[in-house]
Design a protein around this ligand. Structure first.
Ligand code: PRX
Length: 646
């Protein structure tokens, strides 16, 4: 394979960035040779109440134990707010841009402080204590950030559930962590449409008796149902408490948050992150990957319901005293120029988004981009899924006017922060490659037998040693944690991703190698969609796979076998798609749904997904060995009636 064009580091950045090429090489070398020394030094990025003397205690074998900075104490909200007040009380901490282009708001660090302290006092008044789980189900409004930070102030563990998830998904996430309080909003707004968040909460809470308190932010003013004694208006509660709330001293290894994410099995798992290591890692990576300097206006377009929102809208930027933009809307409302207009309006310097958004906007042509200036932009970022070189080049040429480097950041909910990414002042870029590991990260590519491969190669991506931002456990199920991530390859963290390393040592993520699919940058387990489908009364069996999709990266392809006596029809197809939408949320709606009289199985009854994937990809000429099938005739029917003929 010929090497793609290299995009060199812009000269000015090489001079001004925190990290240039030489520094990257030497610090990377040190971080691998002496992790204790390197991470001990990085630990100073945060302010400790009691400084740590122990840096690292990690064992990837047996039960798996991961501890960082574990005799230190600190408070996350104090690090993200209080410690900046002396210098930045009046600086904008959160720059909120509403769904409606007429709405925006600057929240200064001192206003952030007051709001967070008051809400923390409300939580205390309502009996929420250190270690309690608080569910947050909110749109992208500053109150979502106050809610997260208020939890950290009193040591409660937050579990943010993306506002696009259904009541059913919310129930699962509340029950799993036995949360006793939920913070929500009357309604969300996206692209001019209202999202009935409180109504979803009402439906969910009928099955969640653990939740005694529901705090409701008035956002749209829409009409909502009210349960006396359980529901409380946010604004009324805030007005009844003081603005003084000392931060609680937390151990570095006290839990900070749970975030549910999809895996190979049906039930999403509660990824648990802890306090000290996570914050150090979020702060360090935000500073170096985005080359963050005082005064920069930084915009990450993710939702706080995903890990990107946690680490790179909230915790990383605020720990660094940044101005972080929080956007309630969508890229194409009121029109396809919105992102670029917001960049001009707020003079954004760093812009971090997902390939799916870039591909969707690319389809609209250059016009909507070119009618804006974008002169403030210095750096672009990409996250969530592999970015195809075509989209990368468009992003670079059209959005960044060939002036701005692109940091293609590879990481996961589990990793807490970015692990593989260019550093803008240090790394020459190759479109489509996440390039090089960050400090302290030891990627290894292994073959199916666990042999570590050298040089240019392709295989499964593992990480050989820990880093402070790594998840510590699956909430309530440490065995599952060890089995999911540390059993496939002994002594290594297995990412679930496939990866190629080229002759220059650059990493190219090729996508998931397990039964997880990535739809518009959202991670979904095929088993979750299958469980939803078989929960429908007319469905006997279902198998779900991903297939290449121009905009979404991967689309969802469902094969459904109906119960005896049920007839396939267009109406039923729609009904099933809507059913999944209602069970999980709109992001999980199958793009293509094929009725299959039966599914291809081995003689022992195992569904042969490899075949289903090939047919979904319209690559049915190349099915490989099908001699182990119980009934090879099944395949012909599937091919004849395939839904993807593109
Ligand atoms: O497959 C990888 C893909 O997204 C997965 C992690 O998804 P999630 O936990 O939801 O976190 C998304 C935001 C960090 C990974 O296993 N992925 C993420 N970033 C990239 C990526 N694939 C390729 N390139 C990336 N930059």
């Amino acid at each position: 394979m010929t090497s793609p064009t290299l995009f060199p580091v812009p000269e000015e950045l090489a001079r001004t960035a925190w990290i240039d090429e030489e520094k990257y090489e030497s610090l990377y070398h040190l971080s691998i040779k002496d992790p204790e020394a390197f991470w001990g030094e990085q630990g100073k990025l945060v302010t400790w109440i009691k400084p740590f003397t122990k840096v690292k205690d990690v064992d990837y074998t047996g039960d798996v134990r991961i501890r960082w900075y574990y005799d230190g104490t600190l408070n996350v909200s104090a690090n993200c707010i209080d410690r900046h007040l002396a210098l930045r009380a009046d600086q904008t901490a959160i720059l909120w841009e509403g769904d409606d282009p007429k709405d925006h708001k600057h929240v200064s660090y001192s206003e952030l402080h007051e709001n967070v302290c008051r809400l923390a006092n409300v939580l205390k008044k309502r009996g929420i204590k250190k270690g309690d789980r608080v569910t947050i189900y909110m749109p992208m409004i500053p109150e979502a950030a106050y809610a997260m930070l208020a939890c950290t102030r009193i040591g409660a563990i937050h579990s943010v559930v993306f506002g696009g998830f259904s009541p059913e998904s919310l129930v699962g996430r509340i029950q799993d962590c036995d949360s006793n309080c939920i913070i929500t909003t009357d309604e969300g707004l996206r692209g001019g449409r209202k999202i009935p968040l409180k109504a979803n909460v009402d439906e969910a809470l009928t099955r969640c008796p653990s939740v005694k308190t529901c705090i409701v932010v008035k956002h749209t003013g829409g009409k909502i149902n009210w349960v006396e004694g359980r529901d409380h208006w946010y604004h009324e509660e805030l007005s009844q408490v003081g603005r003084d709330c000392p931060p609680v001293e937390m151990n570095a290894e006290d839990p900070l948050f749970i975030l549910y994410t999809s895996g190979s099995t049906g039930k999403p798992k509660g990824v648990l992150h802890t306090t000290g290591g996570y914050l150090v890692y979020a702060a360090m990576t935000h500073r170096y990957v985005f080359d963050y300097h005082d005064g920069d206006i930084y915009w990450c377009t993710a939702d706080v319901g995903w890990v990107t929102g946690h680490s790179y809208i909230l915790y990383g930027p605020l720990a660094n005293g940044a101005t972080t933009v929080m956007f309630e809307g969508v890229p194409n409302y009121p029109d396809a120029s919105r992102f670029w207009q917001v960049i001009d309006k707020h003079q954004v310097n760093t812009f971090y988004t997902a390939p799916t958004a870039i591909r969707a906007l690319m389809r609209e042509g250059e016009g909507p981009v070119k009618k804006t200036s974008r002169q403030s932009l210095r750096l672009l970022g990409s996250v969530g899924e592999p970015i195809n070189p075509e989209a990368w080049l468009w992003y670079h040429r059209v959005v960044g006017d060939e002036r701005c480097p692109i940091v293609d950041t590879w990481w996961q909910t589990e990793t807490g922060g970015i692990l593989i990414s260019p550093l803008p002042g240090a790394t020459a870029l190759k479109p489509g490659s996440a390039t090089k590991p960050l400090f302290g990260i030891r990627p290894e590519i292994v073959d199916a037998n666990g042999n570590v491969l050298d040089g240019a190669c392709e295989g499964n991506l593992c990480i050989a040693d820990s880093w402070p931002g790594q998840m510590r456990t699956v909430y309530g199920d440490h065995k599952r944690f060890a089995a999911t991530y540390f059993s496939a390859y002994k002594g290594k963290y297995f990412t679930g991703d496939g990866c190629r390393r080229d002759e220059d040592g650059y990493y190219w993520i090729t996508g998931r190698v397990d039964d997880v699919i990535n739809v518009s940058g959202h991670r979904l387990g095929t088993a979750e969609v299958e469980s939803a489908l078989v929960a429908h009364a007319k469905v006997a069996e279902a198998a779900v796979v991903g297939y290449p999709h121009d905009i979404k990266g991967q689309g969802i392809y469902a094969y459904v076998t109906l119960n005896a006596g049920e007839q396939p029809s267009e109406a039923l197809r729609k009904e099933l798609v809507n059913w999944v939408r209602k069970e999980i949320g709109p992001i999980a709606s199958p793009d293509l749904l094929q009725f299959a009289p039966s599914l291809p199985k081995t003689r022992s009854g195992k569904i042969m997904r490899r075949i289903l994937r090939k047919i979904a990809e319209n690559e049915y000429g190349n099915l490989g060995d099908i001699s182990t099938l119980a009934d090879p005739a099944v395949v012909k029917d599937l091919i004849d009636n395939r839904m993807n003929r593109g």
